[in-house]
Ligand binder design. Structure first.
Ligand SMILES: *Cc1c(COP(=O)(O)O)cnc(C)c1O
Length: 222
């Protein structure tokens, strides 16, 4: 068994054990998203060989170059965009990705509506929330979420599946995960994309349905 296959197996067991330990959660982890950005091809291939089909990328063009050709070979591939999306790359993103985690502003929502009007199928959508209200970070501010959500649902006709966050480095991640869960419950959203290599165990206990794991699975990025 390859090292990646072994790590994946252990990680899946750990995730299942954590989910079993929180029977009060109505949702459990549905997706272990293997974050393949800046990882060498042979490691990604090892994950594919081990049966992993859900991958996350943060850059549209690089992801397109890497994954587009693999669709034919792996028809059950599921690709998640977890990085910020510029409107001029929205079309390419819609053509490649199954899920966008980073919808966070009206301009982008409007660009997606335009694409849909042109007959392009939209990916499943998560809204990114800037729970730490960090200036340099993408995501809608928590206080702006209600109006933005209404805009997405009513004006744009999107089905928003859930919320995503990246907690500030210097703060306890659990606080942000709990906060995101509270927001999702308040607005009736089912899915929560939260937790990375350092803190996915905490995120699961807080109700994550999608965890995004890169370095803990593949090792450091090149
Ligand atoms: C890179 C990245 C990850 C994975 O980070 P690791 O710490 O390597 O697990 C998760 N989410 C987002 C948004 C990322 O950009």
């Amino acid at each position: 068994m390859s090292e990646i296959a072994e790590t994946l197996k252990l990680m899946r067991e750990q995730i299942d054990a954590l989910c079993d330990r929180c029977p009060n959660l109505d949702k459990t982890v549905r997706s272990l998203i293997a974050v393949s950005k800046q990882q060498p091809e042979e490691k990604i291939q090892a994950a594919l060989d081990a049966g992993q089909r859900v991958f996350g990328e943060n850059k549209v063009q690089e992801a397109y170059a890497h994954w587009q050709g693999k669709r034919k070979m792996y028809p059950d591939l599921e690709l998640h965009l977890i990085g910020p999306l510029q409107t001029n790359k929205a079309k390419l993103a819609c053509l490649l990705f199954d899920v966008i985690h980073t919808l966070d502003r009206e301009k982008l929502a409007k660009a997606l509506v335009k694409l849909r009007d042109q007959g392009i199928a939209l990916p499943r959508l998560f809204i990114q929330v800037n729970t730490g209200e960090e200036e340099q970070k993408a995501g809608i501010l928590p206080q702006d979420l209600p109006l933005f959500l209404e805009f997405c649902q009513k004006d744009c006709g999107f089905k928003i599946e859930g919320l995503m966050c990246i907690p500030p480095q210097e703060e306890p991640a659990g606080l942000h995960f709990t906060f995101l869960k509270t927001l999702a419950d308040r607005y009736g959203l089912d899915e929560l994309s939260m937790g990375m290599s350092e803190d996915y165990d905490k995120a699961i206990v807080c109700g994550a349905t999608h965890i995004r794991v890169g370095s803990a699975l593949f090792g450091g990025r090149v």
